[in-house]
Design a protein around this ligand. Structure first.
Ligand SMILES: [Fe+2]
Length: 271
């Protein structure tokens, strides 16, 4: 599966509240929704939605006086009710790829807080046909940074692969770092795990951290990129570090889709 283009104009900018440093420091921000095209999708599928790093909460208007929900809790219904119906997609299944980091503290007074994101995964599963993803370094499930038990059609991945709609999708949670901290393995172990996943030639690899793309000045891990470049070309979906553009290609023709703080809806190219 190859991404042939990402439309330069956004489909939509969704307002949300971003956390600030200290009480009252939060500010209004927007989540860009992009449309992209792929050369092929499995039979019966109409789109794949990819997103990560939705570290914010809904606006006061959207909450209507109730506690502010996580951006990732409200986004699936906005996509399903207001955005997808206007795209002229063929009928078919819609899958979701979640590349991690969906929590923000309720008071929006601290950046980089950790907390339970189970409800975000569930909200995507309520609206779409399957959800496959990995944990970001700030994600807890219930109160633990351990593998959650989700039921089909939600598939949590951390150094494993699942095949849905005939697409083998591999996933690697977290970031390189001190293994005593949540969702971290040493860089050595991280790169080795990635290499082993790549051996089975997955169609897509979902990861939270991921390769850099030095030609574009896009941040990430050079060692992960080198491991990917030594393997069969694939499509990497990653988050964690913000890039100015969502898509880049590295030297072995692997495409890297960075969905940090954005949504990309991929459907088949209309000829
Ligand atoms: Fe992260």
């Amino acid at each position: 599966m190859k991404i042939t283009s990402i439309q330069p104009e956004l489909i939509r900018d969704i307002p949300f509240l971003n956390a600030g440093r200290g009480p009252g420091g939060f500010y209004r921000d927007t989540l860009p929704v992009h449309r992209g095209f792929v050369d092929t999708l499995p039979d019966g599928m109409s789109a794949i939605i990819a997103t990560a790093d939705l570290q914010g909460r809904e606006t006061f208007e959207s909450a209507g006086g109730k506690p502010l929900r996580l951006l990732g809790e409200v986004l699936p219904a906005i996509l399903a009710d207001e955005i997808i119906p206007n795209l002229g997609l063929a009928d078919g299944r819609i899958g979701v790829l979640l590349a991690g980091d969906f929590y923000t503290v309720p008071a929006l007074d601290k950046r980089g807080g950790s907390g339970d994101v189970t409800s975000v995964w569930q909200a995507f599963a309520d609206e779409f046909d399957w959800v496959i993803g990995v944990a970001g370094n700030h994600d807890l499930f219930s109160d633990a940074a351990t593998r959650p038990r989700f039921n089909n059609p939600i598939h949590f991945l951390d150094y494993d692969t699942v095949t849905v709609d005939e697409l083998p999708i591999a996933g690697l949670s977290g970031i390189p770092g001190n293994p005593r901290r949540p969702w971290r393995r040493t860089e050595e172990d991280f790169v080795e795990a990635l290499q082993l996943l790549l051996c089975d030639s997955p169609a897509i690899v979902v990861m939270h951290d991921g390769p850099d793309v030095p030609n574009f000045g896009f941040r990430g891990s050079p060692r992960m990129r080198e491991a990917i470049e030594r393997s069969e070309p694939t499509l990497i979906v990653r988050g964690h570090a913000h890039w100015n553009e969502p898509l880049a290609e590295i030297s072995n023709s692997t495409q890297v889709l960075n969905v940090d703080a954005r949504v990309v809806i991929l459907s088949k190219e209309v000829l």
